[in-house]
Design a protein around this ligand. Sequence first.
Ligand SMILES: Nc1ncnc2c1ncn2[C@@H]1O[C@H](COP(=O)(O)OP(=O)(O)OP(=O)(O)O)[C@@H](O)[C@H]1O
Ligand SMILES: [Mg+2]
Length: 343
Amino acid sequence: MSNPVRIRVPQNLSLNQAINFCHRLWNDSSDAEQYEFDFGRMGHVEPFTMAYVANELKRYRATKADARFTATNYAAHSYPAHMGFFRAFGLGHGNKPGQALGSSSYIPITILPVAEVHKEADERFLNIGDVLEEKALRIAQLLVRQHEGKLVDTLTFAIREIMRNVVEHAESDFIEYCGQYWPSKGMVEVAILDVGKGVARGLQSNPYIVMSDDRDALQLALLPGISGKMYRGVKRRANDVWQNSGFGLYMTRRICGAGGSFFIVSNTAGMLFDNTGKHDRNTTYAGTALRLRFNTDAILDHDNMLDQFRKEGYATARTLSGAEAIEPSMASVMLARDFDGDR
Ligand SMILES: Nc1ncnc2c1ncn2[C@@H]1O[C@H](COP(=O)(O)OP(=O)(O)OP(=O)(O)O)[C@@H](O)[C@H]1O
Ligand SMILES: [Mg+2]
């Protein structure tokens, strides 16, 4: 048998390096009998890039069903092993996704089957949004080691909105998430990924939207009031606080914009918003993946912050669509716990 094609995972799995590594992976059109993933140089890893690269390695393997895959130099990597990184693409080393009991400051790669969310909602007579809000609250509490408060509320809201998008729009079999809190840096990172159809196809059901590629689709989806499921002519259900209004991604991006950063990938396009502005990335992913980074010192007043973003969002939506602008629905701008009146 010929020598295996060696695929070296880079030393620093920062966002740019992870994206570039995946480009190299897919650009190599070799058709070998054997491939070897070499983790010898891998040093710095982050929750999002770990989950992202693991999904890409898994998909790469799946496209070469007849080839043999081996791995070297992985044994010394205890943090990614603990986070479920190796198991996530099928290497029998370390914890399975979700197996490590998330310690106080991190959550390992965890797979939440969408079917389980539906089942739980049915059994408890709850809406999907309520079920996901509970799960998001638990994740937020575990990460920041606080039971309640503004930080927990803000994280819960953002995590819930991104998870809800997976269930409502992605047609993915699972929601994947992981995260880490660095108290000394005042930073929380939450990664939420799916392997669904991507934002462009999510928006396609809105007949008023014209877009030519994944980048266009992301640009539009991030605007307030743009939704694949709510547009002129769709009946508003007065009693359904969870009805889509196109505010989830907008609100989440604004929250992360308060001293943190927001990164979204959908198939071939990625967009990073950080303190230096907006940056486009070409990507190779299959599905939608988000990295939310929160500055814990900047999240001072959850209610006022969300209220301000909602007002500004609606004003922007009106300048975009005039009288046709879609008003933000209650759910996508606040926590269910805080809703007024009957539901
Ligand atoms: N994970 C995803 N997979 C596929 N499409 C998505 C995904 N996330 C968002 N989208 C698309 O982007 C659009 C905008 O998302 P956003 O969360 O801002 O609004 P919404 O979900 O439609 O409404 P709301 O969040 O206010 O309930 C969605 O309507 C959908 O078409
Ligand atoms: Mg949404």
